[in-house]
Design a binder for this molecule. Structure first.
Ligand code: HEC
Length: 153
């Protein structure tokens, strides 16, 4: 039983943040991949919680709405971080290495790409109350997903 609990704890460490901080994506390395591969990945994995086309669950917003939310939050990042500084300064501090490069990115398109890359690896990075779990994925899968998400606009 004890062994099982330990295994579970290890498994969780890989899936959720909180057991140590994941490295921020390197802005120079955030690339946009192939949307059709991103769609395939989303149909297999994101459908656990999101509607992708007409299939999937409603635990998260339907994908086009999720993308709208990402666009809005990326554009309002200054305001969101100012609020974090006031209400959750420790979270602002923990996520500094992820938030600062985003704040420094003034090109809205590049910022949105980096926002999505950061979000997929750490959904709580700019909102500690965010309910989304982390899905393990490779850099290439992430790049493909970003291309697909951007194509939903
Ligand atoms: C375990 C369930 C779950 C899985 C799996 C999941 N999501 Fe989410 N996602 C959510 C929930 C819940 C929200 C709403 C977050 C909130 O408001 O707390 C969300 C929100 C989002 C958002 C909007 C950003 C935001 O701040 O809310 C995007 C973009 C997104 N998901 C993309 C994805 C992609 C792409 C995948 C597949 C790689 C995925 N999600 C897999 C549950 C999930």
């Amino acid at each position: 039983m004890r062994r099982l609990a330990l295994h579970f704890a290890f498994a969780c460490c890989g899936l959720v943040t909180g057991c140590g901080e994941s490295a921020p994506p390197d802005p120079a390395q955030v690339v946009v991949g192939r949307a059709e591969n991103g769609l395939k990945f989303a149909r297999q994995r994101c459908v656990i919680c999101h509607k992708v086309g007409d299939r999937g669950a409603n635990l998260g917003p339907a994908m086009p709405d999720a993308v709208k939310k990402a666009i809005d939050r990326s554009a309002r990042l200054e305001e969101i971080v100012a609020e974090l500084e006031r209400t959750r300064p420790e979270h602002r501090e923990t996520k500094r290495a992820k938030l600062d490069p985003l704040l420094a990115e003034t090109d809205p398109e590049r910022r949105l790409q980096l926002w999505l890359a950061t979000y997929l690896a750490d959904p709580k990075f700019e909102n500690p109350a965010n309910q989304m779990a982390v899905l393990p994925m490779t850099e290439l899968e992430r790049a493909d997903l970003i291309a697909w998400l951007l194509s939903l606009r």
